[in-house]
Design a binder for this molecule. Structure first.
Ligand SMILES: Cc1ncc(COP(=O)(O)O)c(C=O)c1O
Length: 456
């Protein structure tokens, strides 16, 4: 077993108190809410989570990408407490508040594109995507939306329709919202054999042009929605040349571009929005996840003329842009600035890439290895490691990834996966994580992968 400085295991995982709570969960909570790590949290600080049995975990999942500033950051906690003590809710459309305006002002200033912009806020990421579609449809007067293979945009009816991965997100939940058309995305690791990366990217651009002939008329297409790095789809960065082509096709036909930056935004990729480094100037951007350090808040930022198109009282919701969430979100931006967290994403990314490259070599050198690193990819700190049974056939190693994760969790590291085949270990670590904590967690991941590779 590895010597650990930060991970502290007081009991087996799960410990007795967590086991009791898990039993109650089984009894009381819908089974669809499966629990990934079978423990209950007592408290969290930075990148460390302490469970109810006193076990301390290093968190590489960051509440699924919501904790870029770290758990319970004192400045965020203070902002939440102060806001809650003043007022908790008015409905912004009944009585407004300054924290909402300040947040809009700051996000509009940071969004790419030298054109006037406006913003507005919602609760969940899916709601931001739903509303981006509403803005796009009203502005263009068109109904169709083009989405990519491998996309994930949420779990509401429209966002399920936009989402590509069938299981577990769509199977049995139809019928879905109509007027969604799907085109292939450049997933270069799994491109057809014999095809170069450049040819694959061209092929995907061609498929989009063809879809506007064979699937839906450009004059009826409101928007194309993209995640600059596909998150749930496997941490697949969309190549800048592909995005350039998408942008050119869209502009030619008056089709809007919606960038879903719910997972890629807030510095995760080394720039505040991933679009910035990919030469993308979206007409509408969706944000969520790390916006308010886990409090339910999301937003849409877009060209003023689009944001003003729907008209009086057409967009909204009772809780949207809640004042406590807005206060937290302003504190998050303050912390990101004060702690240089955008630059830090690149530093974290360098360590992740270096460690995963070493792991790839180690697994490749393991005689009869049952697990290999197929590809390490991503931007900034948004790094995924696609695991395969055999680097030649690229057979996805989904079962082995499950074993690796179980070993990691039982040894004090919280880790999550993604990918259309469920075989990509994905890093959504708080960006503030001290490097010695990150390295300790990666030691555990490396050991777990080696054991699975050796069949132990
Ligand atoms: C890219 C992307 N879009 C939309 C969503 C949906 O966000 P939410 O779960 O907050 O509705 C997610 C969540 O994982 C996401 O990663």
């Amino acid at each position: 077993m590895l010597e650990t400085k930060f991970i502290r295991l007081a009991t087996g995982i799960p410990g007795p108190v967590s086991q009791g709570l898990m039993a109650r969960k089984e009894q009381l909570i819908a089974d669809a809410f499966s629990i990934h790590v079978p423990v209950a949290i007592a408290e969290a600080q930075g990148a460390l989570i302490t469970d109810v049995d006193g076990n301390v975990f290093i968190d590489l999942a960051g509440g699924l990408g919501c904790m870029n500033v770290g758990h319970s950051h004192p400045e965020v906690v203070k902002a939440i407490q102060e806001a809650a003590a003043k007022f908790t809710h008015t409905d912004f459309s009944v009585v407004m508040y300054d924290s909402y305006l300040r947040l809009a002002d700051r996000l509009v200033a940071m969004a790419p594109g030298a054109f006037p912009k406006k913003a507005c806020f919602f609760n969940a990421g899916a709601e931001a995507v739903e509303n981006a579609v509403k803005f796009a449809r009203k502005f263009t007067g068109r109904r169709a939306i083009i989405a990519l293979e491998g996309a994930f945009h949420g779990r509401t009816n429209l966002t399920m329709a936009l989402t590509s991965k069938v299981k577990p997100y769509k199977e049995g939940f139809g019928p879905f919202a109509p007027e969604i058309y799907r085109v292939p995305a450049p997933y270069t690791y799994r491109r057809p054999e014999g095809m170069s990366e450049a040819e694959h990217i061209t092929m995907c651009g061609d498929a989009l042009e063809r879809a506007l002939v064979t699937m839906v008329a450009p004059s009826e297409t409101a928007a194309i929605i993209v995640e600059p790095v596909q998150g749930e789809g496997g941490f697949v960065p969309l190549h800048p040349d592909y995005l350039k082509r998408v942008q050119a096709i869209a502009r030619k036909h008056g089709i809007l571009i919606i960038a879903d930056e719910i997972q890629t935004g807030y510095g995760r990729t080394g720039t505040f929005f991933a679009s910035e480094q990919l030469g993308l100037e979206p007409d509408l951007i969706c944000v969520g996840k790390s916006i308010a350090a886990g409090l339910p808040l999301s937003g849409v930022i877009g060209r003023t003329e689009i944001m003003d198109a729907p008209g009086d009282s057409t967009i909204g919701g009772t809780y949207v842009g809640n004042p406590i969430c807005c206060a937290a979100a302003n504190a998050v931006l303050d912390v990101m600035e004060a702690e240089g967290l955008i630059a830090r994403a690149d530093e974290v990314g360098v360590v992740l890439r270096r460690r995963f490259a070493a792991l790839a070599e180690r697994l490749a050198a393991t005689p009869g290895s049952r697990l290999h690193v197929g590809e390490v990819r991503g931007l900034g700190a948004m790094i995924g490691m696609e695991m395969v049974r055999d680097p030649g056939t690229r057979e996805p190693a989904a079962a082995q990834v499950g074993q690796v994760m179980a070993k990691c969790i039982s040894r004090g590291v919280i880790i999550v996966k993604c990918g259309i085949y469920g075989n990509v270990l994905r890093m959504l670590v708080p960006l503030m994580i001290p490097m010695d904590q990150l390295n300790e967690a990666l030691d555990v991941v490396e050991q777990a992968c080696s054991e699975v590779a050796e069949g132990r």
